[in-house]
Design a protein around this ligand. Structure first.
Ligand SMILES: C[S@@+](CC[C@H](N)C(=O)[O-])C[C@H]1O[C@@H](n2cnc3c(N)ncnc32)[C@H](O)[C@@H]1O
Length: 246
């Protein structure tokens, strides 16, 4: 199956890094607080981070008491940044597509993946491998682009607006057609995989997992007053979180 490594594209990499360096971005406002709120107790735990990027989260998990963290990523550039900026004796970074984690020989107590699984075609294969790698009772917690976001193909207007240009509806087409969507984000041809919400949940359940919690983060009223552009998230959440247990 296809495995794109877009984060090693020079332009994509530098634009993505600039976005993440901004203090105000959707990651810092919505994704990270929800991820942290859903983390289980990490004290003494063995963690696997799928699509660890430049390793900030791996370092966070060590600070929260994890015994060891294995961060894997498909991108050489992201891992070079991780080694440079977030190395630690308890962290091992491995260049590996997450589709290949079945070859890992270790056991983990917690598997976490932040905003990487929508890049993966074989969601079922990864889910089954995660189940095998987890200890009994182990937790798999991931965020991904929300299915209402991955289903957007870029071939029509994203929003219906009123006469003042205010966004009033998020436009959705072909939600039930699961497919690869190629979009433009910094560069053309960024491949993301659209799966229905039910497919995500059923794949996890069929792999043996028990669903513990799901989250679709949206802003508080105070936050919208400060950053009105995030009112969009009341129409259509951008992120989906799922927390499951073996
Ligand atoms: C949006 S970034 C998130 C990075 C990090 N998890 C964070 O939250 O800061 C997505 C990461 O997933 C990685 N990635 C994409 N497809 C992958 C795959 N098939 N296997 C492993 N990593 C992948 C990318 O290289 C990138 O580092």
């Amino acid at each position: 199956m296809a495995r794109q490594n877009i984060y090693d594209n020079e332009t994509f990499f530098s634009e993505y890094r600039k976005l993440r360096e901004r203090e105000v971005n959707a990651n810092n406002l919505f994704e990270l607080p929800t991820l942290f709120a859903n983390l289980p107790d990490l004290e003494g735990k063995r963690i696997l981070d799928l699509g660890c990027g430049s390793g900030e989260r791996c370092k966070d998990y060590i600070k929260r008491g994890a015994a060891k963290v294995t961060g894997i990523d498909i991108s050489e550039k992201m891992l070079a940044a991780a080694e440079k900026e977030n190395s630690d004796p308890k962290i091992t970074y491995i260049k590996m597509p997450m589709e290949d984690i079945g070859s890992l020989k270790e056991e983990f107590d917690v598997v976490i993946s932040s905003l990487a699984l929508h890049y993966v075609e074989d969601f079922r294969g990864v889910t089954e491998s995660v189940y095998r790698l987890l200890s009994e009772g182990g937790i798999f917690l991931f965020s991904q682009e929300h299915p209402l976001a991955t289903c957007f193909s870029g071939t029509y207007d994203r929003w219906t607006r009123d006469e003042n240009g205010r966004k009033i509806y998020a436009n959705i087409a072909d939600y039930c057609v699961e497919r690869r969507n190629d979009s433009t984000w910094f560069v053309e041809g960024v491949q993301r995989y659209h799966r229905m919400f039910s497919t995500i949940v059923n794949t996890l359940v069929n792999s043996g997992f028990k669903i513990l919690k799901m989250d679709e983060p949206y802003p508080t009223e105070e936050l919208v007053q400060k950053y009105p552009e995030y009112y969009d998230l009341y129409h259509k959440p951008d992120f989906l979180f799922v927390k499951v247990q073996k």
